[in-house]
Design a protein around this ligand. Structure first.
Ligand SMILES: O=C(O)c1cc(=O)[nH]c(=O)n1[C@@H]1O[C@H](COP(=O)(O)O)[C@@H](O)[C@H]1O
Length: 300
């Protein structure tokens, strides 16, 4: 199997840098789907989770001509407990069968011994008597580096073993990102220290495209830092969220690409998957139009 970074490069070459985030919200679902899966609370969230699975799979079918990468956000599925996790697993499996590169957005991070379990869950599954049964089987996972190098290493090891990738939070898209990330120590902001560490972790993993399997998350909402971080991590894939619903524009993310057009994938979740009102009968056409527009804008 080609390395994660080479699979990502192939996806971007084929369909451009758009990554569609799957972040389903019950109240925002098309009314027809909500009614098909009427929720009778008191037992569990089974029917609500089916609604997420149906919506998510339909979104995959609608956006696949326009993007080669999808990023389900685990939180929205966890909200429905075990049935929600089954819906997430179903969606990831479906995306894989459609040859989409999958990024599980769960922002994991813990002491090394626990991080190993998170990493195995994300990628290859638990080894029992020499064999493994994959759980999420994602191509990549988002991780939080706050606990330090030893806590990140299990993710790097597991990714290497399974030809997978990680995206490390470097400069996040939220308005309060600077509270810790901009603190200056040893002459530079914390996010620059993280970026330099990411570049080091990434260097030995570089594939044919020259890019590696250890990526960085850098928000579209901070264009100045995006320019700075592209230069600081020339061989690192950037996952750029914040385009669309959070206000980032195609012009803001331009600096994230390398001259060869690779090096960045740009996520849009609500902007592509919820451009409609729940009562709109043409919700599918609206998703197609939003995906088409995002692909064209980002490719241009
Ligand atoms: O790691 C992420 O994907 C992420 C990092 C970040 O800095 N900001 C950010 O918005 N995200 C995720 O990207 C998605 C953005 O969703 P929209 O704002 O709806 O496009 C959500 O799933 C967030 O959890």
């Amino acid at each position: 199997m080609p390395s994660f970074s080479d699979r990502l490069a192939a996806a971007v070459r084929a369909k451009g840098p758009l990554c569609v985030g799957i972040d389903p919200r019950w109240e925002a679902l098309p009314r027809a789907i909500r009614e098909r899966h009427r929720v009778v609370l008191g037992a569990d969230y089974q029917s609500a989770a089916w609604a997420f699975a149906e919506f998510g799979q339909r979104v995959l079918e609608l956006v696949v001509p326009y993007c080669g990468i999808v990023k389900p956000q685990a939180a929205f599925f966890e909200l429905f407990g075990p049935p929600g996790m089954v819906a997430l697993q179903t969606l990831l499996a479906r995306a894989r069968r459609m040859n989409l590169v999958t990024i599980l957005d769960a922002k994991r991070g813990d002491i090394a011994s626990t991080a190993t379990a998170y990493a195995d869950a994300a990628f290859t599954g638990c080894a029992i008597d020499g064999s493994t049964l994959p759980v999420w089987d994602a191509d990549a996972l988002t991780i939080n580096p706050y606990l330090g190098r030893d806590a990140v290493e299990p993710f790097l090891t597991a990714a290497k073993k399974g030809d997978r990738g990680v995206f490390v939070l470097v400069r996040t898209s939220n308005p309060g990102a600077g509270l810790f990330q901009d603190l200056v120590c040893n002459g530079k902001p914390v996010y620059r220290h993280v970026a330099e560490e990411v570049a080091r972790w990434n260097a030995p993993t570089r594939g044919e495209s020259g890019l590696g399997d250890v990526g960085a998350v850098v928000g579209a909402t901070h264009p100045r830092e995006l320019v700075e971080l592209r230069a600081a991590m020339p061989d690192v894939w950037l996952l750029v969220p914040g385009y669309g619903a959070q206000g980032g524009t195609a012009a803001d993310v331009k600096a994230a690409y390398r001259p060869d057009g690779l090096g960045a994938i740009v996520n849009s979740s609500r902007g592509v998957t919820f451009p409609f009102q729940p009562d709109d009968r043409d919700w599918e056409a609206q998703i197609v139009a939003a995906a088409q527009k995002a692909q064209a804008e980002l490719r241009a």
